[in-house]
Ligand binder design. Structure first.
Ligand code: DGY
Length: 324
């Protein structure tokens, strides 16, 4: 019997998926379950046939260019792959895959949860009750602003943004505005119930809630900086379930402190797991620990998607989610 390919998981995965992988692969694990260092990743690539990193591992040119490398595929556990240097992977002849589709719904659900909890003061109210400070219902105790029917601006319009748009249009009768460099045609936009903005500035000026849904690329890093925050409507809310590097966190802090923005709902940060102290101090900000895909169903589905890519690759076929 030919020997089973040896694969390394950079973090612990849901148990069921790990067990299924064991059936076809010799599975090595990064036992401390912490982000791997470049030196450890380089060493690993010399001994395994496949490396399965995730968003917490920086797989850069130094890692991918390791001498005497054995690994032929990087099968990422996650849809985003900005932490992997694709150009270096191509130069080194390494295949790279990701896990699209399976986290779309749960990430969109979480974006809606952040919109609602930020606009309606859900977390603030919870804190008040827990602290024993609730004095009972009163007409003047107001915890937020209406969401239904308001203008929601989506920056980027990939799978997750479209899933957010469906929920916002059909669930909350929101007016959904979209800015993306490659907009859908008029007919498609109409059928999705969204309106395309000609520029980011237009979207920022017209939206009461702005939600980010684009990958980090050289073009989008810092796409929401001081100038963009200044163009947002006074009292607007910023939601980010995409990547922290899209936003200038210092500028965001200033916009919140000055009252230009009424709040922010963040699931991602520029330097995870660090979250700026100033943001942690603000009551009008809802802060989550990168939970977009964090449901049992989705985390298992992500693992199964990696397995599918590995199975195809080691059967000598094209993996379905190849990005390099
Ligand atoms: C991804 O898949 O890129 C997420 O950010 C991790 O869940």
């Amino acid at each position: 019997m030919p020997s089973r390919p040896r694969i390394l998981l950079s973090r612990r995965w849901p148990e069921q998926v790990e067990a299924l992988l064991e059936e076809g692969y010799e599975v090595a694990r990064n036992v401390p379950d912490r982000p791997m260092s470049a030196a450890d990743m380089r060493e690993a690539l010399r001994t395994v046939d496949a490396f399965c990193p995730t968003v917490t591992d920086r797989v850069d040119a130094g890692v991918l260019g390791a001498s005497s490398r054995k690994a032929r595929i990087i099968a990422n556990y996650g849809v985003g792959f900005e932490h992997i240097d694709l150009a270096a992977a191509r130069r080194a002849g390494i295949v790279v895959t990701n896990t699209p589709d399976v986290l779309t719904d749960c990430t969109a659900d979480l974006a809606l949860a952040l919109i609602l909890s930020t606009a309606r003061g859900v977390v603030r109210g919870d804190r008040l009750v827990r602290a024993g400070d609730w004095a009972g219902w009163s007409p003047a105790s107001i915890y937020g602003n209406r969401v239904s029917g308001k203008a929601l601006g989506l920056v980027g319009f990939g799978r997750i943004a479209r899933a957010v748009a469906r929920r916002a249009v059909h669930g909350f009768s929101m007016r959904v505005l979209v800015y993306t460099p490659r907009p859908p045609g008029d007919e498609q936009a109409r059928s999705l119930g969204v309106e395309i903005c000609a520029s980011l500035d237009e979207l920022l000026a017209r939206s009461v809630v702005v939600s980010l849904h684009c990958p980090v690329t050289p073009e989008t890093a810092g796409i929401i900086g001081r100038a963009q925050l200044a163009r947002m409507r006074r009292g607007a809310i910023l939601i980010n379930t995409a990547r922290g590097a899209l936003v200038d966190e210092n500028a965001l802090t200033e916009a919140l402190l000055s009252g230009r923005l009424a709040g922010a709902g963040l699931d991602v940060y520029a330097h995870e797991p660090e979250v700026p102290e100033a943001l942690r101090q603000m009551d009008q900000v809802v802060l989550l620990p990168h939970l977009g895909s964090a449901t049992v169903e989705t985390r298992e589905a992500m693992g199964m998607r990696v397995k599918k890519n590995l199975d195809r690759f080691f059967a000598g076929r094209e993996p379905p989610d190849r990005v390099a």
